[in-house]
Ligand binder design. Structure first.
Ligand code: FEO
Length: 397
């Protein structure tokens, strides 16, 4: 293996996954993902998180290449999700004297996923672990992304091992550090990772950002994606903006359409928004674009207009999937418009109204529902819906 140093004796020992199609078996990762693990070689040898189980053999080999016959003393478990704890059991088997470092919630997860841990060190906010030259301080950041999640701050080098926080989809294709890659590539992948995985926990992310603010952090080493050492503001500014629902003027229009009538309604709305001066308009066919990408725009733009054809007296299934994902993540501060189409007894708009009640976003205009092909009177209603959305967005400055 090629050594990748974060400092003289702190190493990156992660892996790229270009095989998996869906992260968590839900989210598309066409550009793959990395599982980042780190090792500190000091008087005490310490691993920070491990890797996904497919990489166990190579992972153990790499550790051995770095430390030879020495034993690993500590495994810090910042986050127990199996994409990072996949090699935990193998590590304990190979280094039976190892101590697992976690908090009061961590070891319950170890027991439920793997085995009853024996050698454990329970840490808490501010606890410091002396490794010799290096000192690790722990801070709890629950729900970014699981209840047991914590971060580890190495005081000598001022490196923050941040777990999922500040992570990204996308493999590390040669470049490991932010100054070795074109961040333009990671722009969408960082945001998708945030919105897809951590987006439900925005208030917790805000609390974590505030909690970590007093630390003089020189480097952020997350469990996925690039290591941030040159431009920490790049990632910190974005996380702060997204997790505080700081939205831009723009509208997402999503529709589910079988034969084009609902799509035509969407096109009318989109055109009128553009005529009114809205420049950020994204129109999506819910059957074509995965929610992973649409959710990104929901965390970016303030307007959301959704249309559904009736399907077996219900909402169009792919629209329903998207809306249940949005409902689950519950992003805030949006304006909402709804429309739809039916052939006999309806079901699309009826269920969109139920979504509107649950999500509690401000409905800018009455729901618009057409039967079959779009006719002039209903086209007028769509124009009014678009105007109502434009009015709301434009008056906000
Ligand atoms: Fe990358 Fe929440 O695990």
């Amino acid at each position: 293996m090629q050594k990748v140093n974060l400092s003289d004796d702190i190493y990156f020992i992660g892996f790229n996954d270009r095989r998996t199609h869906l992260f968590e078996n839900i989210w598309p990762i066409p550009h793959g993902i990395s599982y980042n693990s780190y090792m500190i070689v000091d008087e005490k040898i310490t691993l920070i998180d491990t890797v996904e189980r497919s990489y166990i053999d190579e992972y153990l080999n790499n550790i051995e290449e770095l430390i030879g016959d020495r034993q690993v003393d500590y495994l810090v478990i910042n986050h127990m999700e199996p994409d990072h704890s996949g090699a935990l059991k193998a590590i304990v088997q190979k280094y039976p004297g190892i101590t697992l470092v976690g908090n009061k919630k961590t070891f319950g997860f170890v027991e439920s996923f793997y085995f009853m841990p024996q050698n454990v060190l329970e840490v808490y906010d501010g606890y410091t672990l002396d490794l010799g030259k290096h000192k690790l301080q722990f801070q709890m950041i629950p729900m970014v992304h699981w209840p047991e999640t914590m971060v580890t701050f190495e005081e000598t080098t001022q490196i923050l091992f941040s777990g999922d926080a500040f992570g990204s989809y996308g493999t590390l294709d040669g470049g490991i550090f932010d100054d070795e890659v074109n961040l333009g590539f990671y722009e969408v992948e960082v945001m998708r990772y945030f919105t897809n995985i951590v987006g439900k926990y925005c208030p917790h992310t805000q609390r974590a950002i505030k909690k970590l603010a007093p630390f003089d952090i020189k480097m952020i080493a997350a469990t996925h994606g690039p290591i941030w050492r040159s431009d920490l503001e790049w990632i910190l500014t974005r996380y702060n903006k997204w997790s505080s629902y700081d939205l831009e003027r723009g509208v997402i229009i999503v529709y589910g359409s079988m034969y084009g009538n609902t799509q035509r309604m969407a096109e009318v709305i989109a055109r009128q928004l553009a005529v009114r001066g809205i420049k950020n308009i994204r129109v999506y066919d819910a059957s074509k674009t995965h929610p992973s990408y649409i959710i990104n725009d929901v965390f970016k733009y303030k307007g959301f207009i959704v249309g559904s054809a009736a399907y077996n007296n219900a909402m169009f299934p792919n629209v329903e999937t998207l809306l249940s994902t949005i409902e689950h993540m519950a992003p805030k501060n949006h304006y909402l418009g709804i429309f739809g189409n039916f052939s006999w007894s309806g079901g699309g708009v009826k269920n969109l109204k139920t979504f509107a009640e649950k999500i509690k976003w401000e409905l800018v205009y009455d729901p618009v529902e057409e039967k079959g092909a779009l006719k002039p009177n209903m086209k007028e209603e769509l124009l009014k819906l678009a105007n109502a959305m434009a009015d709301k967005l434009l008056t906000e400055g």
